[in-house]
Write a protein that binds this ligand. Structure first.
Ligand code: ADP
Length: 276
């Protein structure tokens, strides 16, 4: 199974019902009584006991979550959530989708669960555009993981090649959130304000390096020095994002773990590499 970003966030292509995690998330409908798509697959794999327990939950509203046991699944729990139905993007769909990811992670954390797998909520029958959903999913997961250390792994399970590539692209895209967004009024409607969309160049560099730390679950000990060097070298915000995206790839390729110091000459190589 192909996978990338193999530390705290893992993007894989596959079937969520086989994921060996503490909890898998189900993209259910409001009745919680079973449907098609990923919901049907989860109910088939978990067995009829899952529906029995779901019957007692009284349904679930869009953007909210309910938890059950996993029965015959490898995962001990199923966190059921209801994504928004896509109605053109002007009806709070982005915020509701983010809420599904946020509430699922908060619930997992409150139960002491460490590993959790998500499908691409709302992107099937509910019609949410996949690329936009991928950016919201990745950004929300990153924001949640950066706020607490308890969850050790989030697996984003993509059904099919297209979803897999779009989710990988979404991770890279986080590094270019400034492009064309200097004016905050340009943000998409309902888009949550991100810390790294505000502030000066130094703050941008610091925020983007933090994203790298969260993605890989590492700590970069010479972060402030990197910030200074990158700010000195970057000509524009866009240029800076290309540098940090390249640094992110370097960390992934090297398989860096734990506490790390990025050597000056490596940073130089990365910065001059993208100038070519
Ligand atoms: P929704 O109603 O929220 O759109 P769907 O189940 O129709 O839910 O689709 C959500 C996503 O789950 C889609 O991207 C679909 O391709 C994907 N999917 C379907 N089956 C599986 C599975 N077994 N594992 C992971 N993802 C799946």
């Amino acid at each position: 199974m192909p996978g990338r970003f193999s530390r705290r966030i893992l993007v894989v292509e596959g079937d969520i019902t086989t994921q060996p995690v503490d909890a898998i998330v189900n993209a259910a409908n409001e009745t919680l009584l079973g449907g098609g798509g990923v919901d049907g697959a989860i109910h088939r794999a978990a067995g009829p006991e899952l529906k029995e327990e779901c019957r007692m939950l009284g349904g679930c509203r869009a953007g909210e979550v309910k938890i059950t046991r996993g029965y015959h699944l490898p995962a001990q729990y199923v966190i059921h959530t209801v994504g928004p139905v896509w109605r053109g993007g002007q009806h709070g769909e982005d915020e509701l989708l983010a809420s599904c990811y946020r509430q699922a992670l908060d619930l997992a954390r409150s139960r002491g669960l460490k590993t959790i797998a998500f499908p691409a909520i709302s992107t099937g029958a509910y019609g949410f555009p996949l690329a936009r959903a991928a950016v919201i999913a990745v950004r929300t997961v990153l924001e949640c993981l950066s706020r607490s250390q308890e969850i050790t792994r989030v697996v984003l399970v993509c059904h099919g090649d297209r979803a897999f590539h779009l989710f990988q692209d979404a991770v890279t895209e986080l590094f270019s959130e400034y492009d064309g967004r200097e004016d905050r009024n340009n943000a998409a409607p309902g888009e949550p304000a991100s810390a790294w969309q505000e502030g000066g160049l130094g703050e941008q560099a610091r925020a983007e390096i933090q994203i790298i730390e969260v993605i890989h679950g590492i700590r970069i000990v010479n972060k402030e020095r990197l910030v200074d060097e990158i700010v000195r070298h970057a000509r524009t915000r866009q240029h800076m994002s290309r540098i940090t995206a390249a640094l992110n790839s370097w960390v992934a390729i090297k398989g860096i773990v734990g506490e790390t110091e990025i050597p000056d000459d490596e940073l130089d190589r990365i910065m001059t590499g993208i100038d070519k």
